[in-house]
Design a protein around this ligand. Structure first.
Ligand SMILES: [Zn+2]
Length: 283
């Protein structure tokens, strides 16, 4: 019998193997616990940051309008979030609700990411194809014959429109440049104050009545748009009897994109964009 096969040696080897096994098991379970704890911690962090996982306006709207998110606890969590991420939320919200008017001029040098709607007409890439779909659906339902007559305007183009208007006013009224400028500003937005420069607004008229007058509201296109525009995220930006708030006369042809959620809210509440934004800020 060889010495290694002795019962004493045999039991010693068994003890060593058992001890090693115990050490391995202890290490393995310790590692496993670490991993589980980490997973749990990650999950909690994700839950905490959950309300930030928004990439689209719809997701943000879902968050913003969620009862729970509006609760005090959620507000506290929001306050705890890194400033950069909070800013991202603000930008996302303010972007589509941006007001451009004489009282609130466009940020200098702003150029949106553009996409073509049709021919030479372009809009912000987020709403260009939606605008086209809206017009096509109006046609498909035999409601009217919509056509775009103005969409995105550059600063230079708005300047050109304004300057032309000043010249026309001077010719009509035989007045000074200063007087003509003041009169022109009543009908053509001063460069930097036109919503068309934002890229989210389009003038849509009916082919059967291609004129920018209040009578435009009687066309099939305008009747259909008034009813359905919100479903596409557009609002009638300058409604009747609102010029004191908007600073612009009633324009039945001027539609502004704000996204479906906000468009429904604004339309259902019967507010102008100015009133709606003020209401949101005051909540
Ligand atoms: Zn317009």
């Amino acid at each position: 019998m060889r010495s290694s096969d002795s019962p004493k040696n045999h039991s010693f080897r068994k003890e060593v193997i058992l001890a090693l096994l115990l050490v391995v098991l202890t290490l393995a379970s310790g590692f496993l616990i670490q991993v589980l704890l980490q997973i749990q911690a990650n999950r909690r962090a994700e839950q905490r940051a959950g309300l930030l996982m928004v990439d689209t306006l719809e997701e943000f709207s879902a968050y913003a309008w969620n009862e729970h998110a509006r609760s005090k606890a959620a507000a506290e969590r929001l306050a705890d979030l890194p400033k950069k991420k909070q800013k991202r939320l603000d930008d996302l919200q303010l972007d589509l609700l941006t007001i451009v008017s004489a009282a609130s001029p466009l940020q200098e040098g702003y150029v949106p990411k553009l996409d073509t709607v049709v021919e030479e007409y372009q809009l912000d890439a987020r709403c260009a194809s939606i605008c086209w779909d809206m017009m096509q659906d109006c046609r498909a339902e035999n409601a009217g014959f919509p056509m775009i007559c103005s969409a995105y305007r550059t600063q230079a183009f708005q300047q050109e429109l304004f300057d032309n208007k000043v010249v026309r006013v001077m010719q009509e009224h035989y007045c000074t440049v200063e007087e003509a400028t003041a009169l022109a500003a009543e009908e053509v937005a001063y460069p930097g104050t036109s919503e068309h420069q934002l890229g989210l607004a389009a003038d849509i008229i009916d082919e059967t009545y291609p004129y920018l007058t209040e009578w435009q509201e009687t066309t099939g296109t305008q009747k259909w748009l008034k009813e359905h525009a919100a479903d596409y995220g557009f609002i009638l930006r300058y409604p009747p009897e609102s010029s004191e708030i908007t600073g612009i006369i009633y324009e039945p042809w001027h539609y502004r994109y704000v996204g479906e959620k906000f468009a429904h809210e604004i339309t259902n509440m019967g507010l102008t964009l100015e009133e709606y934004v003020a209401w949101r800020r005051g909540r």
